[in-house]
Design a protein around this ligand. Structure first.
Ligand SMILES: C[S@@+](CC[C@H](N)C(=O)[O-])C[C@H]1O[C@@H](n2cnc3c(N)ncnc32)[C@H](O)[C@@H]1O
Length: 212
């Protein structure tokens, strides 16, 4: 893994303690394994991906690995990271049946971004913990982390959370002005989801010769 963005150290105003405390209070603080809201969010996320299968996937902020488990079924290799050691321990347990195709590691997405190329990067409910300048720095780094046909999907809760430095809408507005090509999206009262690609390319229907 790389350390830092290769320039000034990125900043993060939310402390690790916030997340450590969440996991100290519960093994599933957001109810990822229980709530219909989360099952629906994951179904929307997975349905929005433009490929059935991806060789190499990266999911930073994987939490306890509920989405990761479904991503593992759509990929040859999956790297999951989270800054919380407890989350990584729980995700490691949940994902063990996938064998060594799935790696789960402790890592901060700002300072431990992997020096690898991915076909899909999944940023689900993790970017609004970053300060706006740190998010901009991360966005600049994304194209170099994606393969030529690579894709990035971002999904965030839209309701206000006082402790978060940015709202979900702030995040997605910034992403829309970033260096990646916007391929599509979905929004409702609760969540916003956007899919980006490394460059403009054929749609799913065009790839399957459904349109001239
Ligand atoms: C709301 S959960 C999202 C979990 C998962 N991505 C999903 O959508 O089901 C946010 C997770 O991101 C982790 N996290 C927050 N900031 C992070 C950072 N800078 N680097 C890595 N993980 C981070 C937290 O520890 C927490 O487990």
């Amino acid at each position: 893994m790389t350390t830092g963005a290769g320039g000034a150290s990125p900043t993060r105003s939310m402390s690790d303690t916030y997340f450590h405390d969440m996991y100290a209070g519960s093994d599933d603080p957001w109810g990822f394994a229980e709530r219909f809201y989360e099952r629906r969010k994951y179904a929307l996320t997975l349905a929005s991906l433009s490929a059935e299968h991806y060789p190499h996937v990266f999911e930073p902020g994987c939490s306890i690995g509920v989405l990761s488990d479904q991503l593992a079924r759509r990929s040859d290799r999956l790297l999951c990271t989270d800054l919380s050691p407890r989350a990584v321990e729980l995700a490691t347990r949940r994902l063990a049946h996938h064998g060594d195709r799935v790696r789960v590691q402790i890592g901060d997405l700002l300072t431990d971004w992997p020096d690898e190329e991915f076909d899909l990067i999944v940023l689900s409910e993790v970017l609004y913990y970053l300060d706006p300048d740190a998010l901009d720095g991360l966005l600049e780094r994304l194209p170099a982390s994606l393969s030529s046909g690579g894709e990035m999907i971002a999904v965030h809760w839209r309701h206000e959370v006082a402790e978060y430095p940015q709202s979900g809408d702030d995040v997605h507005d910034r992403l829309r002005h970033g260096p990646l090509h916007h391929a599509g999206g979905y929004r409702d009262a609760d969540l916003r989801l956007d899919v980006f690609t490394a460059r403009a390319g054929p749609s799913v229907a065009q790839r399957e010769n459904l349109v001239p």
